[in-house]
Design a protein around this ligand. Sequence first.
Ligand code: HEM
Length: 496
Amino acid sequence: MILLIFTLLFGLWMFQNFYWKRKGLPPGPTPLPLIGNLLSIDKLGLEDFFTDIKNKYGDIHTFWLGESPVVSINDVPTILETFVKDGETFAGRPTNMLVTDMTRHGRNGLIFTDGPIWREHRRFALHVLRDFGMGKNLMQERVLDEVSVLIDGVKKQIAAGEKEINIQDGIDLGIGSIINALLFGYSFNKNKQEEFYELKTHLQRFMRAVGSPLVRLCDRNPFMFKMLPFIYGDVTRAIKELDGFFMKQLAAHEKEINFDADIEATDFAEAFLKKRKQLEAEGIKDHTFTDKQLYGACLDLWIAGQETTSNTLAWLVIYLMLNPEAQKKVHAELHSVIGSDRFITVEDKTQLNYVNAVVAETQRFCNLVPMNVNHRLVKDVEIKGYRIPANTTILHQISTVLFDERYFPDPLKFKPERFLDSDGKFFQPSSLMPFGVGKRSCLGEGLARLELYLFAANLFNHFEINAIPSKPPNTIRIIGGTVQPEPFLAIIKSRF
Ligand code: HEM
């Protein structure tokens, strides 16, 4: 009898797992109970897993993270039809994210919130970024400050006779300084490099802790999380370190702000705290400009804004070292359009077609985000004949689009020319979507584009960067939240 009941329950469980829970969803690899497709992801690696399931199951398919299905869209027309045309429907974020919420003291910040709090704070952050970027052009000045520190540093190394130079760390520090100045008003390059390395160490430990596949599974499964106390310990320790760092920063910064003076804010934390003061002065107590929201927003802007741009620039340098013909074309263009060692600014941008094409091709070829951030459907939709219910996790998979032959012929080749028209003018097709599309597309796209262009143009205007014949850079991809290259050294010659 017991055996019969057991067999029956087991049969029902199998029916639920292999048929019922998948009913109506787009096809995809068979999930295992509790762990979903984790074994295949682990075996193939994230990138090959996504290419493999796209080839097998088509442009719209389903994979499973633990017990949660993720519907993935992989072709440009459908992505534009859904995420862009019907943006609001696709603008949610999954709600059952335990680790994410632990990290941000609840549903706070910019990346994983949705609804009114996300809308208000995304608008606020964009407004602050725009204020810094336009009018005063503060943003370009800040970026050029860091570009010039980097160039001076390399020139000193060349003058000191250094033959093998590490440019990657300088880029990393420069991009870290830009985001830190944006958030807290100061650059690490002004005698605070130790602080940068401390923060990087905290962040790396944190990303390692929360990025592990087991923790990703626990994110959707509190029961499992409690069963694995060593993972819980790792995550909470990493969160505590980051928390301590940012809270100290924010407390120190708040003391320096003159709330009485009618001076415009010059960093994000100051703008946020002033906004809070203003709301409270108007008698509005029930607002969302809380300490936890400020912490969540700063953490998100740091995480999303540092490693992404820094890794893309490191890849750009590697690709131009491995493709000397492309580097020669960059130098020829800079010689004819700029012709001196003056700073290159946004005013030169429309004339630097090949430089723009190199940045675009780098963003495509380095394919920085192996799995896009999950979205949540806020209502039922029908996509290509599949009825997908509200609250299903869904994403547009940037990484397969950027290597799709239909949009980028010969996708495994680094070919900046693909972004030049017959007159040699730079153009961007809608299939080039490294920042995502729709309502949740990258909030820092404007800043990232400015950084990529100003660093690339100025760096290669000043230098010729070549591979060391005995140890050229490799293209091994270290997969985390973004794709990082291995450390590399270069032979660098000054052009002026
Ligand atoms: C090369 C550099 C960058 C790349 C490739 C990149 C890419 C992305 C992608 C793919 C997303 C997710 C889109 C989606 O959910 O569909 C995203 C979101 C986001 N990015 Fe970036 N990003 C970069 C730089 C930055 C910078 C510099 C900042 C900050 C200043 C930033 C802040 C954010 C934020 C806050 C979000 C979440 C937006 C939301 O959920 O509403 N990113 N980014």
